[in-house]
Design a protein. Sequence first.
Length: 141
Amino acid sequence: MTSKIPKPSSRSKSTAGENKPLSRREREIMDIVYRHEGVGVAEVLDELVDPPSYSAARALLRILEEKGHLSHRQEGQRYVYQATVPRTEARRSALSRVVRTFFHGSVEGTVAALLEDDLSHDELDRLADLVAAARDQEEAS
């Protein structure tokens, strides 16, 4: 006996890890959300450069929720939105996409490209320390 798998609806919620790309405006909103514990539409509008209308901001928050990047709770008459994924995890995921997309998965190529920028001696020293720590951790494993 085979069971039928229901088709997902076009408005079904997904998880943030499903690689749904964010628009520039959605990324701006996520930056605002990550700066706060919880954020309402008014706070988003206050911090956006060239903010959209109130209803457009609400729609963008709803889209981010449908994509799995936000959840909300109700406080009185307003919704308070928070990220569903910790910022460190979101950074790691975004960086992995950049490495795969622009550097064919090469971390070495990515770092080499970053080193082409003018870095101070202090920045280079901190990077050298990070590399040494990574080596030590690998040797300890």
